[in-house]
Write a protein that binds this ligand. Structure first.
Ligand SMILES: [Zn+2]
Length: 387
């Protein structure tokens, strides 16, 4: 595809493809773009007078346009683009294009983020007007940028069949990419908090849904493809580890990159199953093909300290349906795991466990790895009183 744009002399114009030529014509400025490899046919023309930051990342020329005075925000967007291009190239597959641009979308537009081929539009509200000094909450500027860059793979790199569940292949996998990149930057606790938040959004969404909830592999509602999808991919990656999940995702991409036949969620499930054991396959199946909600809780704890041992009795209950096995973990004061035990799924109604711990527990938590969709997580933790 060839694109020529003539615009104001103080503007920079963007179109799909590589910038081949630019020139000045009196008070007008011209730009000529040419695509170097097949791209999705999503035409877009942008002309902006905003300043930009520029960086070469691997073979890709990256530009981040920013509203004047917001250079610091531009740097953060640039760092998020760099982290995502590098991670996704290493783990999912090559980024084949010579350029990537990020352009702020006006707050007047109804978007917080929108991915185009080789470009991301980021809503100014979540991006350039974000408060960089906010210490609590999540780094939405970074997270949102990672998400939109991830769509270069999960959206434009993958040929997605227009059938039920298509949003899972785009949005759930972009959410997974957020989680793994945020874990590298901010650590496991941060990502766990984010997934707890997404689980909350899932329960809000399902309480407002006016149609019967579909299993994830057939879903197209936002609370499913974004929120349950995040929880599912987090649960599956806690189970399989990032390496095996990425192995499956790389195979999904290489087998279904255009012009190869389009992929469905059944392909995603199949590739995940290929890297999983039989018991792990049952969990993958449960996340994607079934609908289970739990409300596990610690019902009671008693502790006797004798010599250097702690003799503990912990009772766990599932107020919902006891549909899965449940993990109970004991943690020390420094947050380190002392030991983890598993209750069989039939046992949790309620079930008590006698346990000898060799170091002092600070708190107990059921489902600390977020392997279940749990409607109330406040009752999952029992803090041992200081005595
Ligand atoms: Zn998205």
């Amino acid at each position: 595809m060839q694109t020529t744009i003539i615009t104001s002399a103080d503007h920079f114009a963007l179109a799909p493809g590589k910038l081949i030529n630019q020139w000045q014509e009196g008070t007008r400025r011209g730009f000529h773009y040419e695509t170097q490899a097949p791209v999705a046919n999503v035409a877009h023309l942008i002309s902006t007078s905003m300043p930009y930051l520029q960086k070469k990342i691997e073979q890709t020329s990256v530009k981040v346009f920013y509203p004047s005075g917001k250079q610091q925000h531009g740097q953060k967007h640039l760092a998020a683009i760099q982290d995502t291009l590098q991670y996704a190239t290493d783990h999912f597959g090559q980024y084949d294009y010579a350029q990537f641009n990020l352009v702020p979308a006006s707050v007047a537009l109804p978007t917080v983020g929108y991915a185009l081929p080789q470009m991301a539009l980021i809503g100014e509200g979540v991006g350039f007007h974000a408060n960089l000094n906010e210490s609590d909450g999540f780094d939405h500027l970074y997270r949102r940028t990672v998400h939109e860059v991830a769509h270069q793979w999960w959206g434009y790199g993958l040929n997605i069949a227009e059938v039920e569940g298509s949003g899972v292949l785009a949005e759930t996998l972009a959410k997974y990419t957020e989680l793994v990149i945020l874990r590298r930057k901010y650590g496991q606790d941060y990502v766990k908090r984010l997934v707890e938040f997404e689980q909350g959004r899932y329960f809000q969404g399902r309480s407002r849904d006016t149609i019967k909830e579909l299993p994830l592999y057939r879903a197209d509602s936002n609370y499913l493809i974004y929120s349950k999808g995040s929880a599912a991919m987090y649960g599956v990656s806690e189970l399989l580890g990032e390496t095996r999940v990425n192995q499956a995702l790389r195979k999904l991409l290489t087998s279904h990159a255009p012009p190869a036949p389009p992929a469905t969620t059944l392909d995603l499930i199949r590739y995940l199953n290929e890297v999983a054991s039989e018991s792990e396959q049952a969990v993958i199946n449960s996340w994607f093909k079934e609908i289970h909600v739990n409300d596990v809780a610690i019902e009671s704890v008693s502790i006797k300290h004798q010599n250097s041992e702690y003799n503990v009795t912990v009772c766990v209950i599932d107020h919902q349906e006891a549909s899965h096995s449940v993990q109970l973990s004991a943690f020390a004061a420094n947050g380190k795991l002392i030991e983890m035990k598993e209750f069989a799924k039939s046992a949790v109604n309620p079930a008590c466990l006698d346990w000898t711990l060799m170091s002092k527990p600070k708190y107990f938590e059921v489902d600390a790895k977020l392997l279940l969709l749990d409607s109330n997580r406040e009752n999952n933790i029992y803090q041992v009183p200081n005595r």
